[in-house]
Design a protein around this ligand. Structure first.
Ligand code: 0A1
Ligand code: ZN
Length: 862
C-alpha cells in the first residue's frame, strides 16, 4: 500500500522573508493514543491562547488526515472547514480555548516513514520536519512550543513496551490492554514529539550528572540485539560527560531513552528524552560492525545527545534556521569524536566528507546558503550544506576567537535563548557579544552559497617574501554577484634549505577580494603551508611543484597539512595523466614510501594519507569529467605505487592483525592500513593477491578485516571473489545491517560489469524498496561509483530514474535524495549531459509526483 497521495505535488515556494510569528500559542497539549497497527485513534486536546489582538481563526496543518470530531471547550463544534489538507477552526472572539480533535491514522500503510508508522510490528514516530501533521492537526511549526502529556493504550501482547517523551508518571491495565501516561515538563515544538510501542528489550545503565542527579539510561532494541548495544551506551555516557566538561551543559530529565528501528529515513532523531535511531547507528559488535561503523555509532549517539541543548532547549524559529541546530551540533559531535580519538584523522575524515558531499552541492544547481532563502519541501534541505558546511562556519568562529572566548559566546547563547525558538542571527550575535568580535562581514557565510576560491601566488622583493591572495566566490543559482568573505587562514612558511626564518603557525584574517600578506625573509622561495587544519572551507588554487609538495608531505609540522600536500601531489599527477600529460611518478612513489615510514607510530594517519583521491574528487578538478579516463589512470597509478612499494605493502600485511575486540586508536589504525595495503597489492595484479585476500577474509576475527578483504576481492575477477561473496551471504543473510554491506561492496566494485550486477541485485529476494538502508546500500553505492553510474550508454542514469519513479509513491523523501547525482550534468560531456537531462525530464513527466521529487528534479534541470 502507498500513501503518497496525501502529499500532492503543489510546488508552493516558502520564503524566509515571509516569516510571521504565530497567531496562537499552545502552552499545553494532551494526546491520547488507542494503538493499532492498521488503525490508531488519536485524541488531541490543545489549550490555545490567542497572541494577537484581533480575532483570527486557528490554522492547524494536516497531511492525509480527516477530523472525526471537533470540540471546543467541551462542546461539539461546527465552525471549522478544510482548506486543502489543513483544518481552519473559527473560534470567534475567544482569546483562549480548549480545542479537541479526533483523528484515525493507519500506521501500517505509512510507507513514507514520516508521522506514526509501523516497522516490523513496532509502532514508532518521526516528526521532523513536518511529520506531526500526519498524526494530528496542529500548527506544526517549530516556534509553537508546548508541554505534552501523552496517554497511550494498546494490546499488552502486541505492545508490551510503551514509551514517549519525558517521564512515565502513571500506568495500568485494562483487560487485555495496558496503558501508560507520559509527561514531558519541558516545552517543545511538535517536531520533537515521539512515541514508540512494541516488543523491545532494554540495556539499562545510569549516569550521574555534574550536579549529582542520577539519570536512568535505556537503549531499547529487538530481542537478540541487546548484546550489540554496549558501544552505543558507552558513547552516550561519554557524550553526557563531554557536554558538561566542554560546554557546561547538563542533562535535564531523569530518564534518557534511545530506541533502534530498522526502517528509518535518516540516521537518527533527537526527540526529547526519546531518541529514535536507525539500527545502523546503535548496533555494533566486532563480528558484524567495522571500525568505521563503530565510529559512526559513537558520532551519531553524540550528535543526537548534544541536540538536547543545541536543538531542543534552544530550538529553531523556522526551518530556514535549520543550520542553527544542525551546523552547531555537527561541530559539537566532530569536536567530541576528535577528543575521543585522533584529532588529525578526524579532521581528515570530516574534510574528505565535505569535499565529497558538500563541494559538489555548492557547485551545482541545488546550491543554497547554509540559511536558505526559500524552499518548496523542507525535507530536501537536510543537506551537506546545512549540516557540514554549517559546522565549518561555526568552526571558523571558534578558530577566530579561540576556545575560551568561544565558550563565553556559547554560554551567552544558551543563557539568552534557553526555552526559545531562535535564529542563526541570534547565534552570531551571542558569539559577537560573548566572545567580543565583530562578525559583520562574516555574516555573508549565512547569505552566500558557493565555495570561495583563493588564488595564491608568492612574490619576492629584496629577499622579503609575501603571499598574494585573490578571492572569488562563484555565482550560484539566484546569486550571480558575490561579495568577498571573511575567513581565518592558518599558515606557516618553511625555508626548505634551512636558511632564513621560518614563519611559525599564524592566523591571518582574509577579508578582501585581493590581499597581500608578508611572510618574512627567505634566501629562496619558502614552502608555504596554507589553510592548515582546513581553517576555512574553501578551495585553494596554488601552483606548487612536486618537489615542494613532497617536502611538505614529509616535513610540515601540521599533520593535516602533510596529508594535504601528499593528496595534492597525487591529485596533480592524476589530473595530468587524465589530460594525457602523464609524467614521472617518482615524486609520488617516494612521498608515499616516505610517509609509510611513520606507519608504526600512527598507522591511522598514514592510512589516510597514502589513500589515492577518489574518482569523484579527481573529476571535480576537471572542466569536463571523463569518468573512464579517471578510472583507468587511477587504477594505473594504484598499480604503479603498489608495485614500486610492494615489499612495504607486504610487510604491513605480514604482521598480525590487531584483535577485532581491540578498539584502541592504534588497533583501528593498524586495521585501516592493512586494508589500504591489501588494495595496493591487489592493484598490482600479483599472482597471490586473490589468495591472500581470501585468506585474510577467512581468517578475519572481525568485520573490519573481513569487509576490507571482501571489497578488494569484489573488484577483481577470481574464483575467490565468488566464493567469498557466497560465504559472506550465507553467514549473514539474517542480519540486515551486514546484508547491506553485501549489496554495497558489489555496487562499489570497480569491475566493468558492475551496472549489470546492480540490476541483478535489484531483483534479489533480499532486496526491497521498503527499507531505506537497503536502497542506499545498492543504489546509493552505485551513484558513488563514478565510472559505473556514468557508464557511456546512460544505463546508470536510467536505473536511477527508474528507481526514483518506483520509490516516489512509497517514500518520497528517500526517492528525492537519489536525484542530485543526475543534476551534475553540466560537469559532463554533451552526450552524457543530454542523457542525464532526459532522465530528469522523464521523472518530471510522471503524474502525481511528490513535492520532494518535483522540487529536486526541476531545480536540477536549471
Ligand atoms: N534532526 C535529525 C535529522 C533528521 C531529520 C529528518 C528526519 O526525518 C526523516 C529524521 C532525522 C538529526 O540531525 O540527527
Ligand atoms: Zn542533527
Amino acid at each position: 500500500m502507498t500513501d503518497a497521495s496525501s502529499t500532492p505535488a503543489i510546488p508552493v515556494t516558502v520564503h524566509r522573508s515571509d516569516y510571521r510569528a504565530p497567531d496562537w500559542s499552545i502552552p499545553d497539549i494532551a494526546l491520547d493514543f488507542a494503538l493499532g497497527i492498521d488503525a490508531t485513534k488519536v485524541g488531541a486536546v490543545l489549550s490555545v491562547v490567542r497572541d494577537i489582538d484581533a480575532p483570527v481563526p486557528l490554522l492547524l496543518r494536516g497531511d492525509g488526515l480527516t477530523p472525526a470530531a471537533v470540540r471546543v471547550d467541551g462542546e461539539v463544534w461546527n465552525d471549522w472547514r478544510m482548506e486543502g489538507s489543513d483544518l481552519i477552526v473559527d473560534l470567534g472572539e475567544r482569546v483562549a480555548a480548549t480545542v479537541e480533535i479526533d483523528t484515525v491514522i493507519d500506521p501500517a500503510s505509512n510507507t513514507q516513514l514520516s508521522g506514526l508508522y509501523a516497522s516490523g510490528g513496532l509502532l514508532c514516530t518521526q516528526c521532523e520536519a513536518e511529520g506531526f501533521r500526519r498524526i494530528t492537526f496542529h500548527p506544526d511549526r517549530p516556534d509553537v512550543l508546548s508541554r505534552y502529556k501523552v496517554r497511550m493504550q494498546g494490546d499488552k501482547a502486541a505492545f508490551p513496551i510503551l514509551l514517549s517523551n519525558g517521564n512515565c508518571i502513571d500506568q495500568g491495565e485494562a483487560g487485555s490492554d495496558h496503558w501508560a501516561l507520559w509527561e514531558d515538563p519541558w516545552p517543545k515544538p511538535s517536531y520533537l514529539f515521539a512515541l514508540v510501542a512494541g516488543d523491545l528489550v532494554v540495556n539499562r545503565d545510569s549516569f550521574t550528572t555534574m550536579s549529582g542527579r542520577e539519570v536512568e539510561l535505556g537503549i531499547w532494541v529487538r530481542d537478540g540485539d541487546v548484546d550489540r548495544t554496549g558501544h552505543a551506551m558507552q558513547a552516550l555516557k561519554d557524550s553526557m560527560a563531554w557536554d558538561e566538561r566542554v560546554y557546561g551543559r547538563e542533562y535535564d530529565l531523569d530518564l534518557f531513552n534511545i530506541v533502534a528501528v530498522s526502517d528509518f529515513n535518516m540516521g537518527a532523531m533527537e526527540n526529547k528524552g526519546l531518541n529514535i535511531f536507525n539500527t545502523r547507528y546503535i548496533l555494533a559488535d566486532p563480528d558484524t560492525a567495522t571500525d568505521v561503523d563503530y565510529d559512526g555509532v559513537e558520532g551519531v549517539v553524540a550528535h543526537e545527545y548534544f541536540h538536547n541543548w543545541s536543538g531542543n532547549r534552544v530550538t529553531c524559529r523556522d526551518w530556514f534556521q535549520l543550520s542553527l541546530k544542525e551546523g552547531f551540533t555537527v561541530f559539537r559531535d566532530q569536536s567530541f569524536s576528535a577528543d575521543m580519538g585522533s584529532p588529525a584523522v578526524k579532521r581528515i575524515e570530516d574534510v574528505r566528507l565535505l569535499r565529497a558531499a558538500q563541494f559538489p552541492e555548492d557547485a551545482g544547481p541545488l546550491a543554497h546558503p547554509i540559511r536558505p532563502d526559500s524552499f518548496q519541501e523542507i525535507s530536501n534541505f537536510y543537506t551537506a550544506t546545512i549540516y557540514n558546511k554549517g559546522a565549518e562556519i561555526i568552526r571558523m568562529m571558534a578558530t577566530m576567537v579561540g576556545p575560551e572566548r568561544f565558550r563565553k559566546g556559547t554560554d551567552l547563547y544558551f543563557d539568552r535563548h534557553d526555552g526559545e525558538a531562535a535564529t542563526c542571527e541570534d547565534f552570531v550575535k551571542a558569539i559577537e557579544d560573548g566572545a567580543g568580535i565583530d562578525l559583520g562581514q562574516f555574516r555573508r557565510w549565512y547569505e552566500q552559497a558557493g565555495t570561495p576560491r583563493l588564488k595564491l601566488s608568492l612574490a619576492e622583493e629584496g629577499g622579503h617574501w609575501s603571499l598574494d591572495i585573490v578571492q572569488t566566490v562563484p555565482p550560484t543559482p539566484g546569486q550571480p554577484e558575490k561579495q568577498p568573505m571573511m575567513m581565518p587562514l592558518r599558515l606557516a612558511a618553511f625555508a626548505t634549505d634551512g636558511s632564513g626564518d621560518a614563519l611559525a603557525d599564524t592566523l591571518v584574517m582574509v577579508t578582501g577580494a585581493t590581499q597581500r600578506i608578508a611572510l618574512g625573509t627567505f634566501a629562496a622561495r619558502p614552502a608555504l603551508s596554507v589553510n592548515r587544519g582546513f581553517s576555512a572551507p574553501i578551495i585553494v588554487d596554488f601552483e606548487r611543484g612536486p618537489g615542494e609538495l613532497a617536502w611538505l608531505a614529509a616535513h610540515d609540522d601540521d599533520p593535516f597539512a602533510r596529508y594535504e600536500a601528499l593528496q595534492q601531489l597525487m591529485l596533480d599527477t592524476l589530473v595530468a595523466a587524465v589530460s594525457g600529460k602523464a609524467g614521472d611518478n617518482r615524486a609520488v612513489i617516494d612521498a608515499v614510501g616516505q610517509t609509510l615510514e611513520g606507519a608504526a607510530s600512527d598507522p591511522a594517519f598514514v592510512a589516510e594519507a597514502v589513500l589515492l583521491p577518489s574518482e569523484a574528487f579527481i573529476g571535480d578538478q576537471m572542466v569536463t569529467v571523463d569518468p573512464d579516463a579517471i578510472r583507468r589512470e587511477r587504477l594505473a597509478l594504484q598499480a604503479t605505487i603498489g608495485a614500486a612499494l610492494e615489499t612495504k605493502w607486504r610487510a604491513v600485511l605480514a604482521g598480525k592483525a590487531p584483535p577485532a575486540t581491540d578498539l584502541s586508536r592504534k588497533a583501528k589504525g593498524g586495521r585501516r592500513l592493512r586494508g589500504v595495503a591489501l588494495a595496493y597489492l591487489a592493484a598490482t595484479g600479483a599472482d597471490d593477491a586473490s589468495a591472500l585476500a581470501f585468506r585474510i577474509f577467512s581468517d578475519a576475527d572481525g568485520m573490519t578485516e573481513r569487509q576490507a578483504a571482501l571489497a578488494t576481492l569484489a573488484h577483481g575477477d577470481s574464483d575467490e571473489r565468488i566464493a567469498a561473496l557466497d560465504i559472506f551471504y550465507q553467514r549473514y543473510r539474517d542480519n540486515p545491517l551486514v546484508l547491506d554491506k553485501w549489496f554495497q561492496v558489489q555496487a562499489w566494485s570497480l569491475r566493468a560489469d558492475t551496472l549489470d550486477a546492480v540490476k541483478e541485485l535489484a531483483q534479489h529476494p533480499d532486496f526491497t524498496l521498503a527499507n531505506p538502508n537497503r536502497v542506499r546500500s545498492l543504489y546509493g553505492a552505485l551513484t558513488g561509483n563514478q565510472a559505473a553510474f556514468h557508464q557511456a550508454d546512460g544505463e546508470g542514469y536510467r536505473l536511477i530514474a527508474d528507481l526514483v519513479i518506483a520509490l516516489d509513491p512509497k517514500n518520497p523523501q528517500t526517492a528525492a535524495k537519489m536525484i542530485p547525482p543526475l543534476g551534475r550534468w553540466k560537469r559532463f560531456d554533451d552526450a552524457r549531459a543530454a542523457m542525464m537531462r532526459a532522465e530528469l525530464e522523464r521523472i518530471l513527466a510522471r503524474p502525481g509526483l511528490s513535492r520532494d521529487v518535483t522540487e529536486q528534479a526541476s531545480k536540477s534541470l536549471l
